[in-house]
Design a protein around this ligand. Structure first.
Ligand code: C5P
Length: 227
């Protein structure tokens, strides 16, 4: 069976990572969460006073990019790879609402994008990969054999994200989460460099009313048509 590249793009909190992880596990492929990479750079920017409320020192961040090392390390207990920033596991820190509130601003910076895109292309050069993000089918792997674009209503997505954060013990309100989802969608779709758009050859899945199994089965059918 030939190995392919599967690109999964879409709006925030559409369940891209859950689906991508499931698919990668089933196919024996590598899974890469590119959102985690943008989140890790954002955490670095926060820790080094490059970004804060109403403030962004873009030059400082761009000049520090060479000192940012990003790695994924597979955690067999969890069954997926966790994000490391300069050899420190940051998997928990990068998922907070605070990081979410700055990440789209950091992801607008072209120098950040080119550094991460280069690393993503390197990770996927052997194929056999499921990568999720915003620009995978359009910029990172425009020749991916299968491209999925996931959407769902903002309310549905905010509720899912809110439930996740609550389960982790994060004390946030539904309104804050909804505001963040809507703001990120806006910045991600309006930025100049690599905006979130649906690739011409992507297959759109609106999962507002689909459960995880229905989504997985639908995408697996598409995979089987290609491999
Ligand atoms: O996927 P996740 O919600 O964790 O992504 C966080 C943010 O990172 C997105 O809202 C977007 O601003 C940015 N991102 C991006 N390109 C990607 C993946 C994520 O710009 N390929």
């Amino acid at each position: 069976m030939k190995k392919i590249t599967i690109a999964i793009d879409g709006f925030s909190s559409t369940g891209k990572s859950t689906l991508a992880k499931q698919l990668a596990k089933h196919l024996g492929y590598v899974y890469v969460d590119t959102g985690a990479m943008y989140r890790a750079v954002t955490l670095f920017a926060m820790q080094n006073n490059c970004i804060g409320i109403e403030f962004l020192d873009k030059d400082k961040l761009v000049n520090s990019l060479a000192s940012i090392k990003l790695n994924f390390k597979f955690n067999p207990e969890l069954g997926f790879a966790e994000m490391y920033l300069n050899d420190v596991n940051v998997e928990t820190e990068i998922r907070t609402l605070e990081v979410s509130s700055f990440v789209s601003t950091v992801a607008e910076i072209s120098e950040v994008r080119s550094k991460l895109v280069e690393q993503q292309q390197e990770m996927g050069k052997e194929k056999g990969i499921v990568m999720d993000g915003r620009d995978i089918g359009t910029v990172v792997f425009p020749n991916a054999e299968l491209k999925i674009f996931m959407t769902a209503g903002a309310d549905t997505r905010a509720q899912r994200r809110f439930d996740e954060l609550q389960a982790k013990g994060d004390n946030v309100s539904y309104e804050e989460v909804l505001k963040n989802v809507v703001e990120r969608d806006y910045i991600d779709t309006h930025r100049e460099d690599s905006p979130l758009i649906i690739a011409e050859d992507a297959i759109e899945i609106d999962n507002s009313y689909l459960d995880r199994k229905e989504q997985f089965d639908a995408v697996l059918e598409l995979v089987n048509e290609v491999i």
